[in-house]
Design a protein around this ligand. Structure first.
Ligand SMILES: [Ca+2]
Ligand SMILES: [Ca+2]
Ligand SMILES: [Ca+2]
Ligand SMILES: [Ca+2]
Length: 341
């Protein structure tokens, strides 16, 4: 009889440890600067990347190992980044691999080709759980493909990732909430392909038939690590405002959280060539068919373990909602955890 009790005890221990693992709410990001070729890989994109990485790492505390960065030619020492002198002539440098200058390389060794991006999505699809947050962000170039609402994201070495192929690749990633941010030209064309992703919020710098814009004529000033308010230096106009919004500028209701909706509102209204700014216009787009953007933030993904006194509630929830996964409301991790355990 004691043996039976012991086996039961082991089974229960195993059960609870599984609950804990399944309740682990984690956040993952892929940051992408395809660059296309060295002559098209403007300093603005590199600066966009450094700031986005800074925001995720230091403000939202994404684990460093959960931020996958594909940047132009990867860890290849060939000069790949184009700057302009004040007289208009170009010069090229090797993009830094250690973006935050802490001594560790932050970018992947492989180049930011469409093939390597596809491989990263495939790898993540077996890691990301249905209670996790997935954040994809891209800067760089885009191509307008034949047909209606068709476009591609440019990768290194002149590779292209079409909107349809991109959506197909990320369809294997099933996270609780997915956020897609595109800064490239014609990026609005990605929205129709991605609306099938569960709990996806899609943000683009421009509409499907529009160009997006960057500063490219501030040759000697690079983005200064950690200074979000720095408006000097080459930057993509929409992505600069998006990063500023997330770094603290967009808390319109002063509740201490910046939702995706707040961030978009700020970025759209402060985009220099946006609908409220100068010409030429880019019209940023926001798609949130699950109506969760007013709740989703990049915070609150600490993977709150279930407090012991709630175990009985979790077990009851499993029995009642067997196989059920609720919509993801990151502002309320405890509520969600009760539903998914
Ligand atoms: Ca290089
Ligand atoms: Ca580093
Ligand atoms: Ca499309
Ligand atoms: Ca707020």
């Amino acid at each position: 009889m004691k043996k039976i009790y012991f086996i039961f005890y082991i089974l229960m221990l195993s059960f609870f440890s599984n609950i804990d693992a399944e309740c682990s709410i984690e956040k993952y990001a892929v940051l992408f600067n395809g660059g296309y070729q060295s002559s098209y890989n403007y300093a603005a994109y590199y600066n966009d990347m450094r700031q986005m990485y800074d925001v995720l790492l230091n403000i939202y505390e994404f684990p460093e190992e959960h931020i996958i960065i594909l940047q132009s030619d990867g860890q290849n020492s060939t000069n790949d980044l184009r700057f302009k002198y004040a007289n208009g002539s170009n010069y090229y440098v090797n993009s830094a691999w250690d973006l935050d200058t802490d001594g560790d390389y932050d970018i992947e060794s492989g180049a930011a080709t469409s093939q390597n991006l596809f491989a990263e999505f495939t790898a993540l699809s077996s890691i990301i759980d249905s209670d996790d947050l997935f954040y994809f962000w891209a800067t760089g170039h885009g191509a307008n493909d034949p047909g209606v609402l068709n476009a591609s994201l440019a990768g290194w070495n002149s590779t292209l990732f079409s909107d349809a192929n991109f959506a197909s690749a990320v369809s294997s990633i099933i996270a609780g909430t997915e956020i897609y941010v595109f800064g490239q030209c014609y990026s609005g064309a990605f929205i129709d392909n991605l609306t099938g992703q569960s709990n996806a919020i899609i943000v683009t710098a421009c509409d499907s038939e529009e160009l997006s814009w960057t500063w490219y004529n501030t040759p000697t000033v690079q983005y200064q690590w950690g200074t979000y308010t720095n408006n000097t230096g080459d930057r993509s106009l929409f992505l600069k405002e998006w990063a500023k919004a997330l770094s603290g500028y967009a808390d319109y209701n002063s509740d201490g959280e910046i939702t995706m909706f707040e961030a978009f509102y700020y970025a759209e209204h402060n985009d220099y060539t946006g609908p409220y700014g100068a010409v030429p216009k880019e019209n940023p787009k926001y798609n949130d068919i699950f109506n969760i953007g007013g709740l989703v933030t990049l915070n609150n993904w600490e993977g709150s373990p279930v407090p012991e006194h709630l175990f009985p509630v979790c077990i009851l929830a499993i029995m009642v909602f067997s196989g059920f996964h609720s919509s993801h409301y990151p502002g309320y991790p405890h509520d969600y955890c009760l539903m998914c355990c």
